[in-house]
Ligand binder design. Structure first.
Ligand code: 13P
Length: 247
């Protein structure tokens, strides 16, 4: 089975005081860590603080890293630096970076391959815009995004795919359980046809986009939804409820 996976993407939010408060809420929670992988992703500068305070059965992720070996790349953080700090996970290809910072499918694929090669585990994000959905190209878009990754890697054991429809991110407009399940199932089929059946069966495909305490249980019940990548609600106490929504 695919172990349920819940990531909290804090994006560009938080103060030292708020970070301490969120972490203490998580630490006090009765989440069943043996059944769920929990990963929280604060902004880079808070990573050491969160890592030092967070209960040991929860993990941390960076929200990005540089595409290749570090060096003269002002403002960037390399995979090697994350490894050196003991950060196990990195989120790559988030739609906010694809759209606002112009990260292409190929660039994201290069990042995923490099991060994996350095020993990081990767949450790789894919998803269509509203315009692409309305044009009927959702499956083509997520397949092309996944293909750019698949062409560059051979081992899938350290990668989680996050399906995050852009129109559902931060909008309160969550995909219905049927809409999400449909794309997750198409993605799994794509993996079967283009990678292999074993990878398709074992790779977790998690959903992101306006997940909250009121909708997470119904989404979690879908056959091909193996967890969540939560934005806004991961900064609130209801994240604890979302962590527990598969049980
Ligand atoms: P929201 O949960 O705020 O919609 O954000 C989802 C997301 O982008 C997680 O990476």
């Amino acid at each position: 089975g695919r172990k349920f996976f819940v990531g909290g993407n804090w994006k560009c939010n938080g103060t030292i005081e708020e970070v301490k408060k969120i972490v203490s809420t998580l630490n006090d929670s009765k989440a069943p860590p043996q059944d769920v992988v929990v990963v929280v992703s604060p902004p880079f500068v808070f990573l050491p603080l969160v890592q030092s305070l967070l209960r040991p059965d929860f993990q941390v992720a960076a929200q990005n890293c540089w595409v290749k070996k570090g060096g003269a790349f002002t403002g960037e953080v390399s995979a090697e630096i994350l490894v050196n700090l003991g950060i196990p996970w990195v989120i790559l290809g988030h739609s906010e970076r694809r759209s606002l910072l112009g990260e292409s499918n190929e660039f994201v694929g290069d990042k995923v391959a490099y991060a994996l090669s350095q020993g990081l585990k990767v949450i790789a994000c894919v998803g269509e815009t509203l315009e692409q959905r309305e044009a009927g190209s959702t499956v083509d878009v997520v397949a092309a995004q996944t293909k750019a990754i698949a062409e560059r890697i051979s081992d899938w054991k350290n990668i989680v795919v996050a399906y995050e429809p852009v129109w559902a991110i931060g909008t309160g407009k969550v995909a219905t359980p049927d809409q999400a399940q449909e794309v997750h199932s198409e993605l799994r089929k794509w993996l079967t046809d283009n990678v292999n059946a074993e990878v398709a069966e074992s790779t977790r495909i998690i959903y992101g986009g306006s997940v909250n305490g009121a909708n997470s249980k119904e989404l979690a019940a879908q056959l091909d939804i193996d967890g969540f990548l939560v934005g806004g609600a991961s900064l609130k106490p209801e994240f604890v409820y979302i962590i527990n929504s598969a049980t």
